[in-house]
Design a binder for this molecule. Structure first.
Ligand code: FE2
Length: 230
């Protein structure tokens, strides 16, 4: 299993190319912005980009979709239906964060409307990339339509912005919900198994075992009550 990371956007987002070494079939998980380096990596390694697979619809995870699709027109594009409003609202998304309309271009947040999605993810489906098999798990909380992709043979899970080394995804943006996020993490991600390596949308890799032991949101060190941490 080949995993190549490209750290993109002012948010240091982890865009990844994941490929099957036997068949050379590949996916790009969350292209945050246009990247010639990433596109050249695919071409130079003779990978066939079969799909752009999106964990969720935030602009730092989808901003490079249009450009990548132009270079690889055969690539399908997948996203959960509950994040379609973010996806097709991409040009307006930076306004949620308080970036004024007239500064979008200057700050590098001017986006075109992305191409039409090929299909929506279904919770529990298996998505194959050559010999790799990803189980798609709907994990709402950071956004309504967030999914994680768990490769069961190699025990690797791509969690987007649900879980980070030592932290969890923010839940204060539209569609965010803290209780829902904790439920998704506890029921769908931690139960994959301690030996899973975790690939997050920002920051370093970690493991389920390490997060269970040290992540203050999971150990009980932080407790939330009435909307505040104790
Ligand atoms: Fe996000």
């Amino acid at each position: 299993m080949i995993i190549e990371r490209f750290v993109l956007t002012p948010f240091q987002q982890n865009t990844r190319v994941v490929a099957c070494p036997d068949t050379r079939r590949a996916i790009c998980i969350d292209p945050g912005e246009a990247s010639k380096e990433l596109e050249d990596f695919l071409t130079e390694n003779d990978f066939e980009l079969q799909a752009i697979t999106l964990t969720h619809g935030h602009f730092d995870h989808i901003g490079g979709t249009a450009d990548l699709r132009r270079r690889f027109p055969q690539a399908e594009i997948f996203l959960h239906k509950d994040d379609e409003d973010f996806y097709y609202g991409l040009p307006e998304q930076p306004l949620f964060l308080g970036i004024p309309q007239h500064q979008l271009k200057i700050l590098g947040f001017e986006y075109e409307l992305p191409p039409k999605l090929t299909r929506n993810w279904e919770d529990g489906e298996i998505y194959e990339v050559g010999n790799l098999r990803f189980k798609i798990l709907h994990c709402p909380g950071h956004t309504r339509g967030h999914v994680v992709m768990a490769e069961e043979t190699h025990k690797k899970v791509f969690v987007g912005d649900c879980l980070f080394e030592g932290s969890i995804g923010r839940t204060d943006l539209p569609g965010g919900n803290f209780e829902q996020l904790m439920d998704s993490i506890n029921r769908k991600i931690l139960t994959l198994g301690d030996d899973y390596t975790v690939y997050s949308g920002h920051g370093r890799e970690t493991t389920i075992a390490s997060e269970k032991k040290t992540n203050p949101f999971l150990t009980g060190a932080y407790q939330m009550t009435q909307g505040r941490f104790l």
